[in-house]
Design a protein around this ligand. Structure first.
Ligand SMILES: [Zn+2]
Ligand SMILES: [Zn+2]
Length: 391
């Protein structure tokens, strides 16, 4: 038997526990405060980090507070974020006490809490040419503000900044349908003040910028340039995602990220496409996909199913390069995001009986090595070719 006193002590304890746990419960059940698993694999020797190096807040022409940027990026599976408010365009300055280092300082505690890398940055905002330049890995934003774009870039470089040209297709920059490269960009490049270009910004992709990165040895970046609350421009939980820079880093820290950017170890993810070098895109495909049914037995001209799992949120569209000996394979295969896809292969007439390794070669048409070329990927099977008439 419990005494009345014991019962009362117990109910007070439970009531107390409930009150203490209420905020925790509220946080855990908060509808969207969950980080998505994008299933983008690390590569041999490199961690694959998801970065957005171009975002805005109320400290320039953005519409959200700096901590919101961290929260959004964390939920969407990002590892690295840079807030890059404009230095020269400050439409909220009547209402805000603008100081260039404040967005970083305000967002940093949240970034630390969420285990995200926050990189101090700014957008040097000049008319075209040279247009807008982002400087990231700054130590202090104040000294880089300058009327002259070259002085601004030099001050950023003096701090060891990584500098890239934003959205080269800025309205009004096209000449006869093409994005021009200007003398000012040659000047920046020859002075060592230009290290990369946005190949994707928001929902746009610029083939000219992609080609410049290849021709001039510049790093490819894909960034959101988000000004709104992210959910007003994208529906990430429905798979409508902002673009990202995939960073292949030896170390998961600021230095590792900077080293990767300087060494051009990036790829750009925009929509369902990825732009980058073969040495990154092929292992990315291989890390994300797995043949679920690698061992097959085919009698004569019989048909069997092949299942391939794709652990990433990126679907892969594959175009046949050729039929391997003894097999007829589909011309096109789509490996759906986050799922297992199935397709059929058939034995062909006169296939030699026996057990053989067979490689299916496909061109991955949503992966881009250049604005026109795609890498060839391999699907490896082991087939027991059995004699017979089954068709
Ligand atoms: Zn801009
Ligand atoms: Zn911007």
């Amino acid at each position: 038997m419990q005494s009345r006193k014991e019962l009362r002590a117990r109910s007070i304890f439970f009531l107390g526990a409930l009150i203490v746990s209420l905020p925790i419960l509220a946080e855990l059940t908060g509808r969207d405060r969950v980080r998505v698993d994008l299933g983008i694999p690390d590569l041999p020797g490199y961690a694959t980090l998801l970065g957005d190096f171009h975002t805005h807040t109320v400290f320039s022409d953005g519409l959200v507070w700096p901590t919101v940027r961290v929260d959004e990026a964390w939920r969407e599976g990002f590892d690295v974020l840079s807030i890059t408010d404009h230095l020269e365009y400050l439409p909220h300055k009547e209402d805000m006490n603008i100081r260039f280092n404040r967005p970083y300082a305000l967002a940093l505690p949240m970034a630390r809490e969420m285990r995200m890398e926050l990189i101090r940055g700014a957008e040097i905002t000049k008319k075209m040419p040279p247009g807008h330049l982002n400087a990231i890995f700054l130590r202090d934003v104040d000294p880089i503000f300058n009327e002259d774009y070259l002085q601004s870039a030099r001050a950023a470089a003096a701090q060891g900044a990584f500098i890239f040209w934003n959205h080269p297709d800025f309205p009004g920059n096209r000449r006869e349908g093409k994005i021009p490269w200007h003398e000012e960009h040659t000047t920046l490049l020859s002075e060592g003040l230009l290290h990369g270009i946005e190949v994707a910004n928001g929902r746009d992709y610029y083939p000219e910028a992609h080609q410049w990165c290849l021709d001039k040895g510049l790093t490819m970046l894909g960034n959101s340039d988000i000004h709104n609350a992210l959910d007003l421009d994208y529906a990430p939980m429905q798979g409508d995602r902002r673009p990202a820079t995939l960073v292949f880093a030896e170390d998961r820290n600021q230095q590792g990220i900077k080293d990767a950017l300087v060494a051009h170890r990036t790829a750009v993810w925009s929509g369902d496409n990825i732009y980058g070098a073969e040495q990154f895109l092929v292992p990315l495909f291989e890390g994300a996909t797995q043949v679920v049914t690698p061992d097959l037995a085919i009698r004569g001209r019989g048909r069997v199913s092949v299942q391939i799992a794709n652990s990433s949120v990126i679907p892969f569209t594959l175009q046949r390069v050729g039929n391997p000996a003894g097999l007829s394979v589909p011309e096109e295969i789509v490996l759906a995001a986050k799922g297992t896809s199935v397709f059929s292969v058939r034995g062909t007439e006169g296939a030699q009986p026996g057990n053989r390794d067979v490689i299916l070669r496909y061109r991955a048409t949503n992966l881009y090595l250049t604005p026109e070329d795609h890498p060839v990927v391999e699907i490896r099977l082991n087939v027991e070719f059995q004699p017979g008439q089954t068709r």
